[in-house]
Ligand binder design. Structure first.
Ligand SMILES: NC(=O)c1ccc[n+]([C@@H]2O[C@H](COP(=O)([O-])OP(=O)(O)OC[C@H]3O[C@@H](n4cnc5c(N)ncnc54)[C@H](OP(=O)(O)O)[C@@H]3O)[C@@H](O)[C@H]2O)c1
Length: 224
């Protein structure tokens, strides 16, 4: 599996049939089956950078590394959006398995920053905000300056909605499990605040295949 275009932002989603990513109590492991999870590792391996939000780190403590028996060892860089630097100093993502940058806002207490930097991880402040959080567009611009041309977003509802509403998502890799989590489950996208159907983000389906018991749908952004 390769990423055909450079400067590409891929959004990976793993949901129930009804587009939920977690139960109302936050439990989300594992919605999809082992074949889908292996495909996600292959997608990670095909991208320069995996981008996530602090909500996912606090809920799941993921490493976001490629773990495959036939993998050559190259790991994608990891980027976390964490405006207030709530990152726990013992988070798995700070494990030095791959270059990692935590993007935060300004006015962060020095001791919070030092605790993360002491793990060998870069902390960078972003000056632009989207509401209360750092600007995801500014983070992606910075990631590209650092040669991260292909980025895969693996995050919760808020980052997914933020990337989508700013028109930053070029492709979606959607793994859909044959389960229903119900309306009290966490939706795959947080509110988008849309009011007109001619302004909704629109995609073209470019592939659909079975992946174990799950369905793997692939979409590209329509910009016409
Ligand atoms: N099924 C799956 O594939 C999957 C994958 C990932 C997560 N999850 C589930 O998703 C849940 C977490 O959801 P979440 O929405 O809290 O996580 P998230 O989207 O990963 O992180 C959200 C947090 O990121 C920070 N952030 C920084 N810049 C942002 C921006 N520009 N836009 C939006 N957020 C920004 C915000 O906190 P600050 O303002 O403090 O920075 C925000 O609260 C957990 O239950 C987890 O298990 C499921």
């Amino acid at each position: 599996m390769t990423v055909s275009s450079t400067r590409c932002v891929t959004l990976k989603l793993a949901t129930s049939l009804d587009g939920r990513i977690a139960l109302s109590n936050g439990v989300s492991k594992w919605i999809t089956g082992p074949e889908a999870r292996e495909s996600v590792h292959r997608l990670r391996a095909a991208h320069d950078v995996v981008l996530t939000g602090i909500g996912t780190i606090l809920a799941d403590d993921p490493a976001f590394t490629v773990r495959l028996p036939d993998h050559d060892g190259r790991q994608p860089g990891r980027v976390v959006l964490d405006t207030r630097l709530r990152m726990p100093a013992n988070a798995l993502i700070l494990d030095n398995a791959a270059p990692t940058i935590v993007f935060c806002g300004h006015d962060i207490p020095a001791h919070s920053r030092t605790a993360i930097e002491n793990r060998g991880v870069t902390v960078e402040s972003i000056s632009r905000y989207d509401g209360p959080s750092v600007s995801i567009r500014s983070v992606l611009d910075r990631v590209r300056e650092l040669d991260g041309d292909s980025v895969m977003i693996e995050a919760g509802s808020k980052i997914a909605a933020s990337a989508l509403s700013h028109g930053l998502v070029d492709a979606i890799e959607w793994f859909r499990a044959p389960i229903v989590l119900g309306g009290d489950g966490l939706p795959v996208f947080a509110a988008l605040g849309l009011e007109r159907l001619d302004e909704v983000p629109t995609f073209r389906r470019v592939g659909v295949s079975e992946c174990g018991v799950d369905l793997h749908e692939r979409y590209e952004r329509r910009r016409d």
